[in-house]
Ligand binder design. Structure first.
Ligand code: ADP
Length: 466
């Protein structure tokens, strides 16, 4: 008798033995997923978050440079009085080659400041950062006051908020494999847990927050053969399974070919050297020691410029003034991929470039800084002369960074089906979605996107359950 019961139980758990209920099931524990979970829990809903990896935070953990937000109190305190959500939206659309869904981009721009305030209310140590990023017409980056990576701070406050909210349960090493449907609506998720067993979860709604596919080399090469052999800055879990989950529920996709190569990653390694270095005064030289571009152009423009240089790589120069005030710069320049010099001659020798050429380049940059004008390349602001020794140089090359395409959503983060209508019960936010960034994402808009649309997804899902 005992034997039969054990066998029956085992057979049951092989298929889908456990039915756990929550109001909302969130797939993915990055910035988008946790923002959705917290927002829904703050609205009184119970939430289960599924995360396939053994750690939380996906690519959000790796986000370094900052969070864009226009019209914040911190900008005003720094004297940035001419920014606005409309301007942020136009920058994003211009940078995205006008491929963006303008309604989504406007929602991003209008709500980013509220998203930033929300993070502050959860305890984020965020300051406004001077210096504009590539393709931006105003200084609107925000992040930890000591220049540390933004993503770590975002995950710190979101995971703390999750712990403080008893209505959220997180299941790590649990992979969502299918969305469960009933009468055309999404009513749950099929998942495989830590123990390798499949089970079903039922909920009133599901938020897809599975991130992008920047580590899925096969898919990237299929969509963009010219990216064959590129390294990636993405975490190992960025495989794009969310796209298949959504397709299984009848979702539509948008802009799948739009894949961003970040201009400055360490060649052969894919380690990101954040755009915030350039925004804070660093600049690029080629393997001959010459500048070749406006470093504050959008990412795709700078990446293409590097690919046209000898050896298809370049160097980013970081001076000691930046290292002294910026933790990220300190980290990069103390890594083994950086070379250093106490003089121009030493630095040139370490970079294997002509000292006379490097000196001429540096003198010209200091002149551009002093005269607030860069006649050669039209860089809109230099921020610093970038000439305080000891100086460091880091080799850089483009690497796959962000996938702009994905699941089509509307401004309420509802997933749009093949009949052009929202699929009941299904919401999506963050890098798994497409349309917000068009053909090229502006640096700093990813964190703005995941928090903004994560909150919208959590709120809409909660509202529609009432
Ligand atoms: P975003 O920036 O959009 O929030 P992230 O990359 O930070 O995206 O987070 C997405 C998370 O979703 C990652 O931690 C990733 O491991 C997780 N994820 C991806 N696919 C699945 C899946 N099928 N089941 C559970 N978690 C998933």
């Amino acid at each position: 008798m005992k034997k039969i019961a054990a066998a029956t139980l085992a057979a049951l758990s092989m298929s889908f033995a456990w039915a756990a209920d929550a109001d909302l099931i969130v797939i993915g524990s990055g910035g988008a997923g946790l923002s959705a979970a917290i927002t829904a829990a703050q609205a009184g809903k119970s939430v289960i978050v599924l995360e396939k990896m053994a750690y939380l935070g996906g690519n959000t953990n790796r986000s370094e440079g900052g969070m864009n937000a226009a019209g914040t109190k911190q900008q005003l305190a720094h004297g940035v009085t001419d920014d606005s959500p409309m301007r942020m939206s136009l920058d994003a659309q211009k940078g995205g080659h006008w491929l963006n869904d303008p309604a989504l981009t406007l929602v991003l721009a209008e709500n980013a400041r509220h998203a930033e305030e929300w993070l502050l209310s959860l305890g984020a140590d965020f300051c406004h950062r001077m210096g504009r990023g590539g393709g931006q017409t105003a200084a609107r980056r925000h992040g930890p006051c000591d220049g540390s990576p933004v993503g770590v701070e975002v995950m710190r406050v979101l995971t703390k908020a999750v712990k403080d909210l008893p209505k959220i349960e997180i299941r790590k090493q649990t992979r969502a494999t299918e969305l469960l449907m009933k009468d055309g609506a999404v009513v749950g998720v099929k998942a495989v847990g830590k123990d390798g067993k499949a089970y079903s979860l039922e909920g009133s709604a599901v938020v897809l927050a599975t991130g992008g596919f920047g580590n899925n080399q096969k898919l990237i090469e299929k969509l963009r053969p010219e990216y064959k052999g590129f390294k990636t800055t993405n975490h190992p879990g960025a495989m794009g399974e969310g796209i298949d989950l959504a397709l299984g529920a009848g979702a539509t996709l948008v802009d799948m070919r739009e894949i961003q190569a970040h201009p400055t990653a360490v060649p052969g390694k894919g380690i990101l050297i954040s755009e915030s270095m350039r925004a804070s005064g660093s600049y690029l030289v080629n393997n001959e020691g010459r500048r070749f571009t406006n470093e504050l152009n959008p990412r795709d423009v700078v990446a293409n410029a590097i690919l046209q240089q000898p050896g298809k790589t370049a160097w980013i120069l970081i001076d000691n003034a930046l290292v002294q005030k910026n933790k990220l710069a300190k980290g990069y320049t103390s890594a083994d991929y950086a070379v250093h010099g106490n003089t121009v001659e030493e630095l040139a020798a370490a970079m294997k470039v002509s000292p006379a050429v490097l000196k001429e380049t540096m003198d010209k940059y200091v002149k551009a800084y002093n005269e607030k004008k860069d006649p050669e390349f039209g860089r809109p602001e230099m921020i610093t002369p970038c000439n305080v020794f000891p100086m460091s140089a880091i080799p850089v090359a483009p690497a796959i960074h962000h996938t702009m395409g994905g699941v089509r959503i509307n401004t309420h983060a509802q997933v749009i089906g093949t009949n052009a209508k929202p699929i009941p019960g299904l919401y999506a936010a963050g890098e798994v979605t497409g349309g917000v960034h068009g053909g090229n994402r502006i640096g700093g808009n990813a964190v703005a996107d995941i928090i903004t649309f994560g909150r919208i997804a959590g709120q809409t899902a909660a509202d529609n359950m009432k």
